[in-house]
Design a protein around this ligand. Structure first.
Ligand code: SF4
Ligand code: SF3
Length: 506
């Protein structure tokens, strides 16, 4: 076995990538990523929390997330004293391996959120301290019970982390408001911005003022259109394409510059390699990297100049979504949804609204993921569908109509905005004087990378039961650990939309 990685949903044979990654990660890169984590374990074990070390840990964890960093030279700069042999985990008893993987992959996802909050000047001591606790626990000989406690604590701390990021985003850019976003691309120079980092987008918007370059979001950047302090820029025009797994097709020969602020980056094809720019933890060999200076500023002029040089399309171009829709509606975060809470509560009481589904999570390449399109299509007309993260591109261009003026499909934002869904569920449970599990609410998750792992752990920490998880169960959940999840939380794999809807709606 030349490498081992099973952290994402597309892992080889549903067991583990051992020769090279299905994601395109090569053996040497996988080893360097193991060395990065090993270094972080050592650093977390010997250091007391301080800002400089914490930032290094956060960025190191984030760097190893699926589809972020394929550049060995960049990874080497993050390796310091990698004492711990990661094969101790990959080769451990399968339950210990499973629990340690849940902790490690959970904190990788959480590190992404901490990174975005940090960029806006927000930090949380409990979140930061937990990175040290969790990392140092990975090299210890802990019992399954102790590790299970840490797994749930990862979910607990991640809730705080998502709350911090929500505060960072909304205090910096205002509360998201319902906003229509076109999928059509205007002629002329443009930049496609993908990933999750709103701060990078904000800097780019400032630097493209009056430059004659339009900005289109892609993937997880779509929710940016809803923030008042971002939507005010007239050059922020619309959204390009669909979710990450279609990028090699959608970016093929595109006459635009593309900026990756986070995952998901797929191996870059020669037809567009000269126009790909990366920043923060994203690196790809031979692609231009935008550095941050000592004051936290970035100079995006290479991206802007590339867009001007390429010139964009010569005519306006229609790029409908996968169901043919040309407009997306975003901006239903907790502030907007709780703003109409009275209407929602009345609709439940009158029987006009019988069920709420949260269909959220990652998109991916597997054919089985059309489950989510079909599921949403088949939800009854008296049900609301809340969604977040990039899996929504399977259905976010559909018009599902409305219930008493409330759109049936409510896009709450990025994956971290699962926080909004949690907040809404908790407020509804208070209004109905019941537990979240007693609400007419069902959660159907799609997972791919490690941010979905930390969100799942948060839902489990909150005691949320009956989650349906697809399109397949994580390879790193051992049969015994799965048994615990089933017994305590009644978690179940997705089956077919028909069968799952029938079961949920009884
Ligand atoms: Fe395989 Fe996923 Fe790891 Fe890539 S990130 S090597 S596809 S398990
Ligand atoms: Fe998507 Fe990569 Fe997970 Fe933030 S961008 S959700 S897969």
């Amino acid at each position: 076995m030349s490498m081992f990685c099973f952290q994402c949903e597309q892992t080889a044979k549903g067991q583990g990538c051992t020769v090279c990654g299905v994601c395109g990660k090569k053996e040497d890169t996988a080893h360097l990523q193991d060395d990065v984590i090993s270094s972080l374990i050592e650093i977390a074990s010997v250091n007391k929390p301080n800002d400089e070390t914490t930032k290094f840990i956060i960025d190191g964890l984030f760097t190893t997330i699926t589809n972020a960093n394929f550049d060995n030279d960049a990874l080497k700069t993050m390796i310091k004293n990698p004492k711990y042999d990661m094969n101790n985990i990959w080769g451990a008893n399968e339950d210990i391996r499973s629990l340690k993987s849940l902790i490690l992959f959970g904190i990788k996802g959480m590190a992404a959120y901490a990174h975005h909050a940090w960029a806006l000047g927000y930090k949380n001591e409990e979140v930061n301290n937990f990175f040290y606790e969790a990392l140092s626990s990975l090299s210890k000989d802990l019992s399954a019970d102790d590790l299970l406690k840490l797994v749930l604590k990862t979910g607990e701390v991640n809730l705080k982390c998502m709350e911090m990021l929500d505060k960072a985003n909304t205090e910096s850019y205002g509360n998201p408001e319902p906003t229509q976003v076109t999928k059509n691309i205007e002629k002329g120079p443009f930049i496609i911005v993908t990933g999750h980092d709103l701060h990078d987008l904000k800097m780019l918007l400032e630097q493209t003022k009056d430059k004659g370059v339009n900005i289109y979001t892609h993937g997880e950047m779509l929710p940016a259109h809803a923030y008042p302090e971002l939507k005010k820029y007239p050059q922020l025009k619309g959204n390009f394409g669909t979710a990450w797994q279609n990028q090699q097709k959608e970016f093929d020969n595109v006459p635009a510059a593309i900026l990756y602020t986070t995952n998901c980056l797929m191996p870059v094809k020669p037809s567009y390699k000269d126009r790909v720019f990366t920043t923060a933890v994203v690196h790809y060999p031979e692609c231009f990297y935008i550095k941050e200076d000592e004051n936290g500023n970035k100079d995006f002029s290479p991206v802007i100049n590339k867009a001007l040089e390429l010139g964009g399309y010569s005519e306006d171009k229609k790029m409908p979504g996968i169901n043919g829709g040309e407009t997306l509606t975003v901006g239903f975060g907790h502030h907007t949804v709780l703003g109409v809470a009275d209407k929602v509560i009345d609709a439940v009481k009158s029987g006009a609204l019988k069920h709420i589904f949260l269909v959220g999570g990652c998109d991916g390449a597997k054919p089985g993921r059309n489950y989510y399109t079909e599921f949403v299509k088949q939800t009854p007309a008296d049900a609301l569908v809340l969604t977040c993260a990039c899996g929504k591109y399977r259905f976010n261009d559909m018009d599902l109509g409305n219930i008493g003026g409330i759109p049936r499909l409510l896009d709450m934002g990025q994956c971290n905005d699962a926080y909004s869904a949690i907040k809404v569920a908790v407020e509804l449970s208070k209004a109905f004087n019941c537990t979240v599990n007693e609400l007419p609410l069902s959660i159907v998750l799609s997972w791919y990378e490690q941010k979905a792992v930390c969100i799942l752990l948060t839902l489990l920490y909150l005691g949320i039961k009956n989650i349906k998880l697809g399109p397949s169960l994580p390879a790193f959940v051992s049969p015994n650990v799965l048994d615990i999840l089933v017994k305590n939380f009644n978690i179940a794999p997705t089956t077919t939309p028909e069968q799952d809807l029938k079961e949920i709606l009884g």
